[in-house]
Structures are given as structure tokens and as C-alpha cells.
Design a protein around this ligand. Structure first.
Ligand SMILES: Nc1ncnc2c1ncn2[C@@H]1O[C@H](COP(=O)(O)OP(=O)(O)OP(=O)(O)O)[C@@H](O)[C@H]1O
Length: 251
């Protein structure tokens, strides 16, 4: 589905992503992990077109998307949700979703109409329902709980009908219970919508609990990739990132 070859991004003298090559097969649920500053968000920013790579190639569904801008990449089918949820706080959940859908469909006129086209509203409600936000459709986004704001951010990405979704720390800032509620929703979404999903996550219980595959970045390089069992037992990953089980217990 998505192939990355030799991807490199420098900020001045720092190689935030350095010669990274990896694949995300169709239908996979992949965790991208690594220490703070490893380059995880930069990696997602490169795939989603927020940054232009200095070298390398990004191929999605057999076509190169390297260097395309964000809107073009969304149109190709890659959606992205952010570490800090991004939406219009002074609009309701439904209004945010309808604006995203109308803009994506090029139906700009609908943004100025009090009554949008039925198709736009229907799709907005469908997506709100997928994320369990339908009861809050008329709630001002600024008044949503932190968890629901993160869900709205995912809903906005989903509203644009992606086949691949990148989630940057979907559980950031949540308590343990809320985290698992979020992750269950993400997992259900992945199954029901037949998505290819990649997510950045720091909670190792979640990472090892739900991923079919894990990629480990460290200092901008791909340190390891494999199944949860392979990663758990990989000496380089243990040394650079996970630590020994004893060290984890001590911590
Ligand atoms: N726009 C930018 N300009 C300059 N340096 C940047 C920029 N974005 C990221 N960096 C640097 O690139 C490196 C990788 O950052 P990045 O945010 O991708 O790491 P990360 O693995 O997502 O970290 P975290 O887990 O803390 O979110 C860091 O040293 C960071 O300071």
C-alpha cells in the first residue's frame, strides 16, 4: 500500500529522518515507536506532505506521491490526525465535519449556506457515528472533553474517505481508562473501514497489545521492524529503547 524508500529530512545539520526504507502493507495496523526526538512526527509529516523530503521516495498504491502538497495527498487517500487535535473550536462537531467534507468535495458554496447539501450532512453524521460523537453533533467543539476532541480530529481525517490513516499519538494526554476507550474505537474503525492504519504511540501496553507490526525509529533511522514478539526480543531495541524487563520494573 505505502512504500518508503531512502527517505531523508534534514533540519540544518540535524537529520531528523535518515535514509528510512519501510513498507506498510494494505490492511495492516502498524505502531511507529521510538524515543523522544526519534523523528516519528517528522516521518508522518513527510508522508502527509507537511514537509518535503530532502531525498527518497514515497509510493502510495503504486504511484509516487513524493513532494505533493497536503491537499493532493489527502485526495490520494492518506488521512492524518494530529498530536494536538486541530479543528475550529467555535464551530460545532457537525459544522466542523461538514466544512471538511464540503471543502474536500470542492463544494465551497455549501460553507456559506445555512442548510448544506443533504449528502454533506449525511456523511458528517455517518462519520460522527463511527467515532461515537453523534450525541455531541451540535456541541461546540471547544466544549468537548479532551478525549472527544481527539476523536473529532480523527473524524475530520476520516470524513475525507482515506484508505490509509496516520494517527500521531491518539492517546496523548489521556488517563489509562480513557486511553483504552480511544484505542478500542481506533481498532474498531480499522476493522470496519478496512483501513491501513499507522499510529505513533508511547504506551507500550497499547503498542504491544494491538499492533500487527511495529517499526522502531531511533535518531532518525529505522532501528528495527517486525511483529510485537520480534521487537520485544530484539537486542538493539532493548538496548536503545525498551530496556530490560528488570529496568522497566525498577522504573
Ligand atoms: N520544523 C522543525 N524544525 C527544526 N527541527 C525540527 C522540526 N521538526 C522536528 N525537528 C527536530 O527533529 C527531531 C525529530 O523530531 P520529531 O518531532 O519528529 O520527533 P518525535 O519522535 O516525534 O518526538 P516526540 O516523541 O517527542 O514527539 C527533533 O530533534 C526535533 O527537534
Amino acid at each position: 500500500m505505502l512504500q518508503i524508500r531512502g527517505l531523508t529530512k534534514r533540519f540544518g545539520g540535524l537529520a531528523a529522518i535518515s535514509d528510512v526504507t519501510m513498507e506498510f502493507p494494505a490492511g495492516s495496523l502498524t505502531a511507529v515507536i521510538g524515543p523522544n526526538g526519534a523523528g516519528k512526527s517528522t516521518f508522518f509529516n513527510l508522508i502527509s506532505g507537511a514537509f518535503r523530503p530532502d531525498a527518497g521516495e514515497i509510493v502510495f498504491k503504486g504511484e509516487t506521491i513524493t513532494g505533493l502538497d497536503r491537499a493532493a495527498i489527502v485526495r490520494r487517500g492518506i488521512g492524518r490526525a494530529f498530536q494536538v487535535a486541530s479543528f475550529f473550536p467555535s464551530m460545532t462537531v457537525a459544522e466542523n465535519l461538514m466544512a471538511a467534507i464540503a471543502a474536500h468535495r470542492g463544494q465551497w458554496g455549501d460553507l456559506n449556506h445555512r442548510f448544506p447539501r443533504q449528502g454533506v450532512r449525511d456523511r458528517a453524521m455517518e462519520v460522527a457515528e463511527m467515532l461515537g460523537l453523534h450525541d455531541n453533533a451540535d456541541t461546540l467543539s471547544a466544549n468537548l472533553s479532551h478525549g472527544d476532541q481527539k476523536l473529532l480530529d480523527i473524524a475530520l481525517a476520516l470524513a475525507l474517505e482515506p484508505s490509509m490513516l496516520l494517527l500521531d499519538e491518539p492517546t496523548a494526554g489521556m488517563g489509562p481508562e480513557e486511553r483504552w476507550r480511544m484505542i478500542e474505537k481506533v481498532q474498531r474503525l480499522w476493522q470496519q473501514q478496512h483501513l491501513t492504519l499507522a499510529f505513533i504511540e508511547h504506551d507500550m501496553d497499547i503498542v504491544f497489545g494491538i499492533s500487527s507490526s511495529i517499526r522502531v525509529l531511533c535518531y532518525g533511522r529505522l532501528l528495527a521492524e517486525g511483529t510485537p514478539d520480534e521487537i520485544r526480543n530484539n537486542p538493539a531495541v532493548i538496548e536503545a529503547y525498551l530496556g530490560t524487563p528488570d529496568a522497566e520494573e525498577d522504573a
